[in-house]
Write a protein that binds this ligand. Structure first.
Ligand SMILES: *[C@@H]1O[C@H](CO)[C@@H](O)[C@H](O)[C@H]1NC(C)=O
Ligand SMILES: *[C@@H]1O[C@H](CO)[C@@H](O)[C@H](O)[C@H]1NC(C)=O
Ligand SMILES: *[C@@H]1O[C@H](CO)[C@@H](O)[C@H](O)[C@H]1NC(C)=O
Ligand SMILES: *[C@@H]1O[C@H](CO)[C@@H](O)[C@H](O)[C@H]1NC(C)=O
Ligand SMILES: *[C@@H]1O[C@H](CO)[C@@H](O)[C@H](O)[C@H]1NC(C)=O
Length: 401
Protein backbone atom coordinates (compact mmCIF):
# COMPACT_ATOMS: atom_id res chain seq x y z
CA UNK A 1 0.00 0.00 0.00
CA UNK A 2 1.56 3.31 -0.92
CA UNK A 3 1.67 6.23 1.37
CA UNK A 4 -0.87 8.31 -0.45
CA UNK A 5 -3.50 5.57 -0.54
CA UNK A 6 -2.84 4.86 3.11
CA UNK A 7 -3.44 8.48 4.06
CA UNK A 8 -6.55 8.78 1.92
CA UNK A 9 -7.95 5.71 3.60
CA UNK A 10 -7.34 7.18 7.02
CA UNK A 11 -9.07 10.36 5.98
CA UNK A 12 -11.96 8.36 4.59
CA UNK A 13 -12.27 6.37 7.81
CA UNK A 14 -12.23 9.63 9.74
CA UNK A 15 -15.04 10.96 7.63
CA UNK A 16 -17.11 7.80 8.12
CA UNK A 17 -16.57 7.93 11.85
CA UNK A 18 -17.46 11.58 11.95
CA UNK A 19 -20.69 11.10 9.98
CA UNK A 20 -21.81 8.12 12.07
CA UNK A 21 -21.05 10.01 15.22
CA UNK A 22 -23.04 12.81 13.77
CA UNK A 23 -26.03 10.59 13.02
CA UNK A 24 -26.01 8.26 15.99
CA UNK A 25 -28.03 8.56 18.06
CA UNK A 26 -30.13 10.29 15.41
CA UNK A 27 -30.86 13.90 16.12
CA UNK A 28 -33.58 16.42 15.56
CA UNK A 29 -33.75 20.19 15.67
CA UNK A 30 -35.49 21.79 18.55
CA UNK A 31 -36.01 25.37 19.49
CA UNK A 32 -34.67 25.93 22.96
CA UNK A 33 -36.72 28.62 24.66
CA UNK A 34 -34.07 29.32 27.28
CA UNK A 35 -31.19 30.04 24.91
CA UNK A 36 -33.51 31.04 22.06
CA UNK A 37 -31.56 28.91 19.69
CA UNK A 38 -32.14 25.90 17.51
CA UNK A 39 -30.36 23.05 19.15
CA UNK A 40 -29.86 19.41 18.19
CA UNK A 41 -31.57 16.87 20.44
CA UNK A 42 -31.19 13.06 20.47
CA UNK A 43 -34.20 11.22 19.15
CA UNK A 44 -35.78 8.54 21.34
CA UNK A 45 -34.80 4.93 20.81
CA UNK A 46 -37.25 2.16 19.89
CA UNK A 47 -39.14 1.03 22.97
CA UNK A 48 -39.36 4.49 24.47
CA UNK A 49 -41.29 7.73 23.98
CA UNK A 50 -40.32 11.33 24.35
CA UNK A 51 -40.99 12.85 27.76
CA UNK A 52 -38.94 16.04 27.56
CA UNK A 53 -37.01 17.73 24.75
CA UNK A 54 -33.39 18.36 25.40
CA UNK A 55 -32.10 21.76 26.50
CA UNK A 56 -28.68 23.30 26.16
CA UNK A 57 -27.79 21.67 29.47
CA UNK A 58 -29.79 18.44 29.47
CA UNK A 59 -30.21 15.51 27.11
CA UNK A 60 -33.57 14.41 25.72
CA UNK A 61 -35.62 12.51 28.28
CA UNK A 62 -37.08 9.30 26.83
CA UNK A 63 -39.00 6.78 28.97
CA UNK A 64 -40.07 3.17 28.25
CA UNK A 65 -43.36 2.57 26.49
CA UNK A 66 -46.20 1.48 28.77
CA UNK A 67 -47.41 -2.14 28.51
CA UNK A 68 -49.23 -3.16 25.30
CA UNK A 69 -47.63 -0.39 23.27
CA UNK A 70 -44.44 -0.04 21.32
CA UNK A 71 -42.21 2.15 19.18
CA UNK A 72 -40.06 0.40 16.61
CA UNK A 73 -37.76 3.18 15.33
CA UNK A 74 -35.84 6.25 16.45
CA UNK A 75 -38.42 8.96 16.76
CA UNK A 76 -39.62 12.13 18.45
CA UNK A 77 -43.13 11.07 19.28
CA UNK A 78 -44.46 11.70 22.77
CA UNK A 79 -46.48 8.53 22.80
CA UNK A 80 -46.12 4.84 21.91
CA UNK A 81 -48.33 2.99 19.47
CA UNK A 82 -50.82 0.50 20.82
CA UNK A 83 -50.05 -3.10 19.85
CA UNK A 84 -52.68 -4.61 17.57
CA UNK A 85 -55.28 -6.47 19.58
CA UNK A 86 -55.69 -10.28 19.44
CA UNK A 87 -55.04 -12.06 16.17
CA UNK A 88 -57.76 -12.55 13.58
CA UNK A 89 -59.76 -15.65 12.98
CA UNK A 90 -57.66 -18.59 11.71
CA UNK A 91 -54.53 -16.88 12.97
CA UNK A 92 -52.29 -17.51 15.88
CA UNK A 93 -49.70 -15.32 17.62
CA UNK A 94 -46.26 -15.71 16.12
CA UNK A 95 -44.58 -13.05 18.29
CA UNK A 96 -46.20 -11.41 21.27
CA UNK A 97 -45.98 -7.63 21.38
CA UNK A 98 -43.16 -6.02 23.40
CA UNK A 99 -41.90 -2.47 23.71
CA UNK A 100 -40.08 -2.55 20.40
CA UNK A 101 -42.29 -4.78 18.26
CA UNK A 102 -45.93 -4.97 17.46
CA UNK A 103 -47.67 -8.31 17.93
CA UNK A 104 -47.10 -10.54 14.90
CA UNK A 105 -49.87 -12.89 13.83
CA UNK A 106 -49.67 -15.62 11.28
CA UNK A 107 -52.10 -18.01 9.65
CA UNK A 108 -52.55 -21.23 11.52
CA UNK A 109 -51.09 -24.57 10.39
CA UNK A 110 -52.22 -25.50 6.88
CA UNK A 111 -53.12 -21.92 5.81
CA UNK A 112 -51.37 -18.95 4.27
CA UNK A 113 -52.10 -15.24 4.07
CA UNK A 114 -53.56 -13.85 0.91
CA UNK A 115 -55.18 -10.39 0.85
CA UNK A 116 -55.75 -10.45 4.61
CA UNK A 117 -57.41 -13.85 4.51
CA UNK A 118 -55.94 -17.08 5.73
CA UNK A 119 -56.60 -19.46 2.88
CA UNK A 120 -56.07 -23.19 2.92
CA UNK A 121 -52.86 -24.49 1.39
CA UNK A 122 -53.45 -25.91 -2.06
CA UNK A 123 -53.40 -29.72 -2.38
CA UNK A 124 -51.62 -31.14 -5.39
CA UNK A 125 -53.88 -33.50 -7.38
CA UNK A 126 -52.76 -36.95 -8.56
CA UNK A 127 -50.02 -36.55 -11.16
CA UNK A 128 -48.63 -33.53 -9.32
CA UNK A 129 -46.31 -33.46 -6.35
CA UNK A 130 -45.42 -30.86 -3.77
CA UNK A 131 -42.13 -29.12 -4.59
CA UNK A 132 -42.47 -26.45 -1.91
CA UNK A 133 -44.66 -27.06 1.10
CA UNK A 134 -46.91 -24.17 2.05
CA UNK A 135 -45.92 -21.81 4.86
CA UNK A 136 -48.02 -19.27 6.77
CA UNK A 137 -47.00 -16.75 4.13
CA UNK A 138 -46.97 -18.84 0.99
CA UNK A 139 -49.19 -21.33 -0.79
CA UNK A 140 -48.06 -24.86 -1.68
CA UNK A 141 -46.15 -25.14 -4.94
CA UNK A 142 -47.15 -28.16 -7.05
CA UNK A 143 -45.38 -29.52 -10.06
CA UNK A 144 -46.30 -32.20 -12.56
CA UNK A 145 -44.43 -35.40 -11.74
CA UNK A 146 -41.49 -35.86 -14.11
CA UNK A 147 -40.88 -39.12 -15.97
CA UNK A 148 -40.22 -41.99 -13.62
CA UNK A 149 -42.15 -40.38 -10.78
CA UNK A 150 -45.77 -40.46 -9.68
CA UNK A 151 -48.19 -39.13 -7.13
CA UNK A 152 -51.43 -41.04 -6.67
CA UNK A 153 -52.93 -38.83 -4.00
CA UNK A 154 -54.37 -35.39 -3.49
CA UNK A 155 -52.10 -33.91 -0.91
CA UNK A 156 -50.56 -30.64 0.29
CA UNK A 157 -47.55 -32.52 1.60
CA UNK A 158 -46.66 -35.46 -0.63
CA UNK A 159 -43.95 -34.99 -3.24
CA UNK A 160 -43.81 -37.14 -6.37
CA UNK A 161 -42.39 -40.57 -5.62
CA UNK A 162 -40.17 -42.73 -7.76
CA UNK A 163 -41.90 -45.54 -9.60
CA UNK A 164 -41.24 -48.87 -7.92
CA UNK A 165 -38.35 -50.57 -9.64
CA UNK A 166 -39.82 -54.02 -10.21
CA UNK A 167 -36.70 -55.60 -11.61
CA UNK A 168 -34.61 -54.37 -8.70
CA UNK A 169 -37.05 -56.26 -6.46
CA UNK A 170 -36.76 -59.37 -8.59
CA UNK A 171 -40.31 -58.92 -9.82
CA UNK A 172 -41.84 -58.54 -13.24
CA UNK A 173 -43.25 -55.25 -14.45
CA UNK A 174 -46.82 -56.03 -15.46
CA UNK A 175 -48.13 -52.49 -15.87
CA UNK A 176 -46.02 -49.44 -16.53
CA UNK A 177 -46.78 -46.51 -14.27
CA UNK A 178 -47.39 -42.89 -15.27
CA UNK A 179 -47.60 -39.58 -13.43
CA UNK A 180 -50.53 -40.70 -11.32
CA UNK A 181 -49.88 -44.43 -10.98
CA UNK A 182 -47.00 -46.50 -9.71
CA UNK A 183 -45.55 -49.35 -11.72
CA UNK A 184 -47.40 -52.57 -11.01
CA UNK A 185 -45.13 -55.53 -10.39
CA UNK A 186 -46.19 -59.14 -10.53
CA UNK A 187 -46.71 -60.70 -7.10
CA UNK A 188 -43.52 -62.65 -7.38
CA UNK A 189 -41.35 -64.36 -9.91
CA UNK A 190 -43.46 -66.22 -12.38
CA UNK A 191 -42.82 -69.66 -10.94
CA UNK A 192 -43.91 -68.76 -7.45
CA UNK A 193 -46.86 -66.83 -8.74
CA UNK A 194 -48.20 -69.93 -10.38
CA UNK A 195 -47.02 -72.13 -7.54
CA UNK A 196 -49.24 -70.09 -5.22
CA UNK A 197 -49.18 -71.74 -1.84
CA UNK A 198 -52.42 -70.29 -0.61
CA UNK A 199 -52.14 -70.97 3.07
CA UNK A 200 -48.72 -71.84 4.34
CA UNK A 201 -47.89 -74.26 7.13
CA UNK A 202 -47.19 -71.33 9.41
CA UNK A 203 -50.46 -69.59 8.63
CA UNK A 204 -52.23 -72.85 9.24
CA UNK A 205 -50.49 -73.24 12.59
CA UNK A 206 -51.18 -69.65 13.46
CA UNK A 207 -54.81 -69.37 12.49
CA UNK A 208 -55.97 -72.87 13.35
CA UNK A 209 -57.33 -71.75 16.69
CA UNK A 210 -59.95 -69.69 14.90
CA UNK A 211 -61.38 -72.70 13.09
CA UNK A 212 -64.43 -74.04 14.87
CA UNK A 213 -64.24 -77.75 15.76
CA UNK A 214 -67.87 -78.34 14.93
CA UNK A 215 -69.94 -77.09 12.07
CA UNK A 216 -70.96 -73.61 13.11
CA UNK A 217 -73.53 -71.86 10.97
CA UNK A 218 -72.51 -68.40 9.79
CA UNK A 219 -69.08 -68.73 11.38
CA UNK A 220 -67.52 -66.71 8.61
CA UNK A 221 -69.95 -63.82 9.04
CA UNK A 222 -69.40 -63.86 12.79
CA UNK A 223 -65.66 -63.58 12.22
CA UNK A 224 -66.07 -60.85 9.60
CA UNK A 225 -68.26 -58.82 11.94
CA UNK A 226 -65.99 -59.11 14.91
CA UNK A 227 -62.49 -58.84 13.56
CA UNK A 228 -61.13 -55.41 14.34
CA UNK A 229 -59.99 -52.93 11.70
CA UNK A 230 -61.03 -52.81 8.06
CA UNK A 231 -63.75 -55.32 7.29
CA UNK A 232 -63.41 -57.89 4.57
CA UNK A 233 -66.06 -56.94 2.03
CA UNK A 234 -69.09 -59.05 1.31
CA UNK A 235 -67.95 -59.87 -2.19
CA UNK A 236 -64.70 -61.41 -0.96
CA UNK A 237 -66.57 -63.36 1.69
CA UNK A 238 -68.91 -64.76 -0.95
CA UNK A 239 -65.97 -65.74 -3.12
CA UNK A 240 -64.28 -67.50 -0.22
CA UNK A 241 -67.48 -69.39 0.54
CA UNK A 242 -67.86 -70.49 -3.07
CA UNK A 243 -64.31 -71.62 -3.51
CA UNK A 244 -63.20 -73.16 -0.26
CA UNK A 245 -64.19 -75.84 2.18
CA UNK A 246 -64.99 -74.88 5.74
CA UNK A 247 -61.61 -74.79 7.50
CA UNK A 248 -60.00 -73.25 4.47
CA UNK A 249 -62.62 -70.50 4.53
CA UNK A 250 -61.42 -69.34 7.94
CA UNK A 251 -57.79 -69.36 6.82
CA UNK A 252 -58.60 -67.44 3.66
CA UNK A 253 -60.66 -64.89 5.51
CA UNK A 254 -57.95 -64.28 8.10
CA UNK A 255 -55.43 -63.98 5.30
CA UNK A 256 -57.40 -61.24 3.58
CA UNK A 257 -58.09 -59.53 6.90
CA UNK A 258 -54.39 -59.67 7.73
CA UNK A 259 -53.54 -58.15 4.37
CA UNK A 260 -56.12 -55.38 4.63
CA UNK A 261 -55.03 -54.42 8.13
CA UNK A 262 -51.35 -54.85 7.71
CA UNK A 263 -50.67 -51.35 9.02
CA UNK A 264 -52.27 -51.95 12.39
CA UNK A 265 -49.82 -52.57 15.18
CA UNK A 266 -51.18 -55.92 16.24
CA UNK A 267 -51.43 -57.21 12.70
CA UNK A 268 -47.91 -56.01 11.97
CA UNK A 269 -46.73 -58.16 14.85
CA UNK A 270 -48.69 -61.16 13.60
CA UNK A 271 -47.17 -60.73 10.14
CA UNK A 272 -43.68 -60.48 11.63
CA UNK A 273 -44.20 -63.63 13.65
CA UNK A 274 -45.56 -65.53 10.67
CA UNK A 275 -42.60 -64.36 8.58
CA UNK A 276 -40.25 -65.53 11.30
CA UNK A 277 -41.99 -68.88 11.32
CA UNK A 278 -41.82 -69.16 7.51
CA UNK A 279 -38.12 -68.50 7.47
CA UNK A 280 -37.63 -71.17 10.14
CA UNK A 281 -39.62 -73.69 8.13
CA UNK A 282 -37.67 -72.76 5.01
CA UNK A 283 -34.46 -73.30 6.91
CA UNK A 284 -35.56 -76.73 8.01
CA UNK A 285 -36.95 -78.14 4.78
CA UNK A 286 -36.34 -75.54 2.07
CA UNK A 287 -33.10 -77.14 0.98
CA UNK A 288 -34.45 -80.66 0.64
CA UNK A 289 -34.47 -81.31 -3.11
CA UNK A 290 -36.78 -84.26 -3.45
CA UNK A 291 -37.00 -86.25 -6.66
CA UNK A 292 -40.39 -86.82 -8.23
CA UNK A 293 -40.30 -90.33 -6.89
CA UNK A 294 -39.54 -89.26 -3.36
CA UNK A 295 -42.34 -86.71 -3.44
CA UNK A 296 -44.65 -89.41 -4.73
CA UNK A 297 -43.65 -91.78 -1.91
CA UNK A 298 -44.17 -89.08 0.69
CA UNK A 299 -47.58 -88.16 -0.68
CA UNK A 300 -48.56 -91.81 -0.76
CA UNK A 301 -47.79 -92.21 2.90
CA UNK A 302 -50.01 -89.34 3.96
CA UNK A 303 -53.39 -90.65 5.16
CA UNK A 304 -56.71 -90.03 3.44
CA UNK A 305 -57.15 -88.91 -0.14
CA UNK A 306 -53.93 -88.94 -2.14
CA UNK A 307 -52.26 -86.12 -3.95
CA UNK A 308 -51.71 -87.83 -7.27
CA UNK A 309 -48.89 -87.92 -9.82
CA UNK A 310 -50.49 -85.16 -11.94
CA UNK A 311 -50.49 -82.77 -8.99
CA UNK A 312 -46.91 -83.73 -8.25
CA UNK A 313 -45.90 -83.13 -11.85
CA UNK A 314 -47.61 -79.79 -12.00
CA UNK A 315 -46.06 -78.76 -8.69
CA UNK A 316 -42.63 -79.73 -9.89
CA UNK A 317 -43.13 -77.60 -12.97
CA UNK A 318 -44.50 -74.50 -11.31
CA UNK A 319 -42.84 -74.41 -7.90
CA UNK A 320 -39.26 -73.83 -6.92
CA UNK A 321 -37.61 -76.92 -5.40
CA UNK A 322 -37.71 -75.29 -1.98
CA UNK A 323 -41.48 -74.89 -2.22
CA UNK A 324 -42.59 -78.13 -3.80
CA UNK A 325 -43.03 -80.11 -0.63
CA UNK A 326 -44.91 -77.29 1.10
CA UNK A 327 -47.19 -76.86 -1.89
CA UNK A 328 -48.00 -80.59 -1.99
CA UNK A 329 -48.73 -80.61 1.72
CA UNK A 330 -51.15 -77.73 1.29
CA UNK A 331 -52.82 -79.54 -1.61
CA UNK A 332 -53.17 -82.58 0.65
CA UNK A 333 -54.79 -80.51 3.40
CA UNK A 334 -57.34 -79.06 1.02
CA UNK A 335 -58.07 -82.45 -0.58
CA UNK A 336 -58.67 -84.01 2.80
CA UNK A 337 -61.51 -81.92 4.08
CA UNK A 338 -59.36 -79.62 6.11
CA UNK A 339 -57.15 -82.04 7.93
CA UNK A 340 -54.34 -80.84 10.14
CA UNK A 341 -51.22 -81.00 7.99
CA UNK A 342 -48.91 -81.59 10.90
CA UNK A 343 -50.90 -84.60 12.06
CA UNK A 344 -50.93 -85.97 8.53
CA UNK A 345 -47.21 -85.48 8.24
CA UNK A 346 -46.51 -87.23 11.53
CA UNK A 347 -48.59 -90.15 10.36
CA UNK A 348 -46.68 -90.23 7.08
CA UNK A 349 -43.29 -90.20 8.76
CA UNK A 350 -44.25 -93.22 10.84
CA UNK A 351 -45.17 -95.12 7.72
CA UNK A 352 -42.26 -94.05 5.57
CA UNK A 353 -39.64 -96.40 6.96
CA UNK A 354 -39.93 -99.24 4.52
CA UNK A 355 -39.24 -96.94 1.61
CA UNK A 356 -35.70 -95.99 2.67
CA UNK A 357 -36.54 -92.35 2.44
CA UNK A 358 -33.48 -90.03 2.72
CA UNK A 359 -32.71 -89.68 6.43
CA UNK A 360 -31.83 -86.00 6.12
CA UNK A 361 -35.31 -85.27 4.78
CA UNK A 362 -37.21 -87.21 7.44
CA UNK A 363 -35.02 -85.57 10.01
CA UNK A 364 -35.80 -82.09 8.64
CA UNK A 365 -39.49 -82.85 8.53
CA UNK A 366 -39.48 -83.99 12.14
CA UNK A 367 -37.66 -80.84 13.12
CA UNK A 368 -40.23 -78.76 11.28
CA UNK A 369 -43.08 -80.49 13.05
CA UNK A 370 -41.41 -79.96 16.41
CA UNK A 371 -40.81 -76.34 15.55
CA UNK A 372 -44.41 -75.70 14.55
CA UNK A 373 -45.66 -77.44 17.69
CA UNK A 374 -43.48 -75.20 19.77
CA UNK A 375 -44.48 -72.17 17.74
CA UNK A 376 -46.38 -70.74 20.62
CA UNK A 377 -46.45 -67.09 19.73
CA UNK A 378 -49.86 -67.53 18.28
CA UNK A 379 -51.25 -68.32 21.74
CA UNK A 380 -50.86 -64.69 22.68
CA UNK A 381 -52.87 -63.57 19.68
CA UNK A 382 -55.32 -66.32 20.22
CA UNK A 383 -56.10 -64.77 23.56
CA UNK A 384 -56.32 -61.30 22.06
CA UNK A 385 -58.47 -62.52 19.22
CA UNK A 386 -60.81 -64.36 21.45
CA UNK A 387 -61.17 -61.30 23.62
CA UNK A 388 -61.93 -59.18 20.59
CA UNK A 389 -64.45 -61.47 19.10
CA UNK A 390 -65.38 -63.04 22.41
CA UNK A 391 -68.42 -61.07 23.45
CA UNK A 392 -70.39 -61.81 20.34
CA UNK A 393 -69.44 -65.45 20.06
CA UNK A 394 -69.34 -66.83 23.53
CA UNK A 395 -71.71 -69.55 22.55
CA UNK A 396 -69.55 -70.68 19.67
CA UNK A 397 -67.02 -73.33 20.44
CA UNK A 398 -63.56 -72.66 19.15
CA UNK A 399 -61.15 -75.51 18.76
CA UNK A 400 -58.63 -74.37 21.29
CA UNK A 401 -60.99 -73.61 24.14
C1 LIG B 1 -39.43 -8.14 21.08
O1 LIG B 1 -39.93 -8.96 20.03
C2 LIG B 1 -39.04 -9.11 18.92
C3 LIG B 1 -39.72 -9.94 17.85
O2 LIG B 1 -41.05 -9.60 17.71
C4 LIG B 1 -37.76 -9.75 19.35
O3 LIG B 1 -36.86 -9.84 18.26
C5 LIG B 1 -37.13 -8.91 20.48
O4 LIG B 1 -35.99 -9.56 20.97
C6 LIG B 1 -38.12 -8.69 21.62
N1 LIG B 1 -37.54 -7.82 22.59
C7 LIG B 1 -37.52 -8.14 23.86
C8 LIG B 1 -36.91 -7.14 24.78
O5 LIG B 1 -38.02 -9.16 24.30
C1 LIG C 1 -33.94 -50.61 -11.65
O1 LIG C 1 -32.98 -51.36 -10.96
C2 LIG C 1 -32.01 -51.96 -11.80
C3 LIG C 1 -31.14 -52.86 -10.96
O2 LIG C 1 -30.90 -52.35 -9.69
C4 LIG C 1 -31.21 -50.84 -12.47
O3 LIG C 1 -30.23 -51.40 -13.34
C5 LIG C 1 -32.16 -49.97 -13.28
O4 LIG C 1 -31.47 -48.89 -13.83
C6 LIG C 1 -33.27 -49.45 -12.40
N1 LIG C 1 -34.26 -48.77 -13.22
C7 LIG C 1 -34.68 -47.54 -12.96
C8 LIG C 1 -35.69 -46.97 -13.88
O5 LIG C 1 -34.26 -46.91 -11.99
C1 LIG D 1 -52.12 -43.76 -15.91
O1 LIG D 1 -52.26 -45.16 -15.78
C2 LIG D 1 -53.51 -45.55 -15.23
C3 LIG D 1 -53.52 -47.05 -15.01
O2 LIG D 1 -52.34 -47.63 -15.35
C4 LIG D 1 -54.62 -45.12 -16.18
O3 LIG D 1 -55.88 -45.48 -15.60
C5 LIG D 1 -54.56 -43.62 -16.36
O4 LIG D 1 -55.52 -43.22 -17.31
C6 LIG D 1 -53.17 -43.21 -16.83
N1 LIG D 1 -53.14 -41.77 -16.86
C7 LIG D 1 -52.60 -41.09 -17.87
C8 LIG D 1 -52.64 -39.61 -17.75
O5 LIG D 1 -52.12 -41.66 -18.82
C1 LIG E 1 -50.48 -45.19 -4.16
O1 LIG E 1 -49.39 -45.96 -4.58
C2 LIG E 1 -48.81 -46.72 -3.54
C3 LIG E 1 -47.56 -47.40 -4.09
O2 LIG E 1 -47.82 -48.12 -5.23
C4 LIG E 1 -49.83 -47.72 -3.01
O3 LIG E 1 -49.27 -48.48 -1.95
C5 LIG E 1 -51.04 -46.95 -2.50
O4 LIG E 1 -52.05 -47.88 -2.11
C6 LIG E 1 -51.58 -46.06 -3.60
N1 LIG E 1 -52.64 -45.24 -3.02
C7 LIG E 1 -53.78 -45.01 -3.66
C8 LIG E 1 -54.74 -44.12 -2.98
O5 LIG E 1 -54.02 -45.51 -4.75
C1 LIG F 1 -31.28 -78.12 -4.45
O1 LIG F 1 -31.41 -77.58 -5.76
C2 LIG F 1 -30.92 -76.26 -5.88
C3 LIG F 1 -31.21 -75.76 -7.30
O2 LIG F 1 -32.07 -76.58 -7.96
C4 LIG F 1 -29.44 -76.26 -5.58
O3 LIG F 1 -28.94 -74.93 -5.66
C5 LIG F 1 -29.20 -76.80 -4.17
O4 LIG F 1 -27.82 -76.88 -3.92
C6 LIG F 1 -29.81 -78.18 -4.03
N1 LIG F 1 -29.68 -78.61 -2.67
C7 LIG F 1 -29.32 -79.84 -2.33
C8 LIG F 1 -29.21 -80.13 -0.88
O5 LIG F 1 -29.07 -80.68 -3.18
Amino acid sequence: MNKWLCCSLLVLLDIIEWTTQESFPPKYHHYDAETRRQILCDKCSPGTYLKQHCTARRKTLCVPCPDHSYTDSWHTSDECVYCSPVCKELQSVKQECNRTHNRVCECEEGRYLELEFCLKHRSCPPGFGVVQAGTPERNTVCKRCPDGFFSNETSSKAPCRKHTNCSALGLLLIQRGNGSHDNVCSGNREATQKCGIDVTLCEEAFFRFAVPTKFTPNWLSVLVDNLPGAKVNAESVERIKRRHSSQEQTFQLLKIWKHQNKDQEMVKKIIQDIDLCESNVQRHIGHANLTAEQLYVLMESLPGKKVGPEDIERTRKTCKPSEQLLKLLSLWRIKNGDQDTLKGLMYALKHLKPYHFPKTVTHSLKKTIRFLHSFTMYRLYQKLFLEMIGNRVQSVKISCL
